[in-house]
Ligand binder design. Sequence first.
Ligand SMILES: Cc1cc2nc3c(=O)[nH]c(=O)nc-3n(C[C@H](O)[C@H](O)[C@H](O)COP(=O)(O)O)c2cc1C
Length: 169
Amino acid sequence: MIDEEIELDPKRYIVSETDEKGKITFCNDYFIEVCGYSKDELIGKSHNIVRHPDMPRVVFKLLWETIKQGKNINAVVKNRSKDGRYYWIFTEFEMRKDIDTGNIIGYQASRKSISKHVIEIIADLYSKLLEIEKNEDIEASEKYLITFLKDKGDDIEFSTIMEEIHRFY
Ligand SMILES: Cc1cc2nc3c(=O)[nH]c(=O)nc-3n(C[C@H](O)[C@H](O)[C@H](O)COP(=O)(O)O)c2cc1C
């Protein structure tokens, strides 16, 4: 395993789609190129196949709670490729709905590269959350995250913070 950062092409999106449970149903060419798995290795697998151990669990808890309610969310995510290398991305999660019934049939994620400065801010926050999850539990980590968000403004959501940090730095 190599612990190195993958340089991403800022012009290309890394896209994937899942069913309602988070099993991969589609990934674009750039997704396959960056993560190093073949299409066959990805389709039908749980999306945690690219999960990096540095990612705090609370981020995915928040992600699933939000998209299951039918709301879109953005998050900065660190992923791991097949050979152990990592890449940081700004991810927009969206629902996929059945045109006829309007029911949620799955989700889509669209990812772009982010600046080194954003990575520094988020890496600091995530390592703190991870430490809390190791020493205490996910509830304590969620409390820390909520306090972090409250410090930024009264009614600010996780998604908004992620977007603002991404846009302004
Ligand atoms: C559309 C979509 C895309 C996702 N993309 C990623 C991703 O790129 N990296 C990741 O670690 N988790 C991603 N997830 C979240 C995973 O489903 C999973 O919750 C997460 O990896 C944590 O793993 P765990 O739920 O087994 O603890 C995605 C979920 C959805 C619905």
